[in-house]
Design a protein around this ligand. Structure first.
Ligand code: ZN
Length: 274
């Protein structure tokens, strides 16, 4: 399924795989002038490519290598030969998605995409009407970047924001690094966040500060309870509640306990590639 909308000069493509009447997980791609920020999931390829038919895409930026952000790179590259730009650490993973073991739920919801050739992104990206600062924002993944448009006060956050609170945490997310990244982003003047999960989020600086406050409080509460002798599982249940459907559907790839474990260990549960 694909839903197209606009916000100011930005075209939003909200997409996901339909399983009967349900789309279990949405992701957004964004077009500004001839710059496409992420290319969504191969599971919505036909509709997404139909929506691009009368549009010009000269540059693609992938915020990170995940399969729901680089899913249609290859299809767009085939007909138009755009420049595909990403953080240098993302490039081997975008070229060879087979390096990334996908779990059963990922194969159902997103599917594995084709490899494509990306080049290292510089410090800025220019379009006819906008200039974007490229910010290295690790935490959700090792290769994550955000784009900031200071005149419009837009921030394209990929999977770095995703809501004021944390419910579920991926096994390969790094809590401390994500909090540090969000603390830096919260110092920017941001009117609008363009979030890969949520789409448009207004009052962006406040939203980022709210998330930093939530994550700081959660970290401190986790450490206090651990010092009092609670187990990680008991801490997760006490502070975040019982695991829900997301835990069972993803086989624990997304879990409340993952956040607690990452706080206690100081890193991601699944180590990042070196
Ligand atoms: Zn991601």
């Amino acid at each position: 399924m694909l839903i197209t909308s606009t916000h100011n000069d930005v075209t939003l493509f909200k997409m996901g795989r339909s399983l009967g009447p349900v789309v279990p997980y949405w992701v957004h791609a964004f077009l500004v002038d001839d710059l496409l920020i992420d290319t969504g999931t191969i599971a919505a390829r036909r509709e997404f490519m139909d929506a691009q038919r009368d549009r010009t895409v000269r540059t693609i930026v992938n915020t990170h290598h995940h399969e729901d952000h680089a899913g249609n790179n290859a299809a767009l590259a085939a007909g138009r030969n755009p420049a595909i730009l990403a953080h240098e650490r993302a490039i081997p993973w975008i070229a060879d998605p087979g390096r990334m073991p996908l779990r059963p739920y990922q194969l159902v919801v997103w599917r594995r995409h084709d490899g494509s050739t990306a080049k290292p992104i510089g410090t800025t990206v220019e379009t006819d009407n906008h200039s974007f600062d490229v910010l290295f924002t690790p935490g959700h993944s090792f290769d994550h970047i955000c784009l900031y448009e200071p005149e419009k006060k837009w921030l394209f956050t990929g999977d770095t924001y995703c809501g004021r609170k944390i419910k579920y945490f991926r096994r390969d997310e790094d809590y401390a690094l994500l909090l540090e990244t969000l603390s830096h982003l919260a110092e920017l003047e941001v009117e609008t966040i363009f979030c890969s999960l949520l789409g448009v989020v207004r009052d962006g600086t406040k939203a980022l500060r709210d998330k930093v406050a939530f994550m700081t409080r959660l970290r401190d509460d986790v450490l206090d309870l651990r010092a009092s002798g609670f187990s990680p599982r008991a801490i997760a249940r006490k502070l975040l509640g019982r695991e829900g459907p997301m835990f069972y559907i993803t086989g624990g790839h997304y879990a409340k306990a993952n956040a607690v474990q990452s706080i206690l260990s100081g890193g991601p549960m699944d180590a990042w590639p070196v």
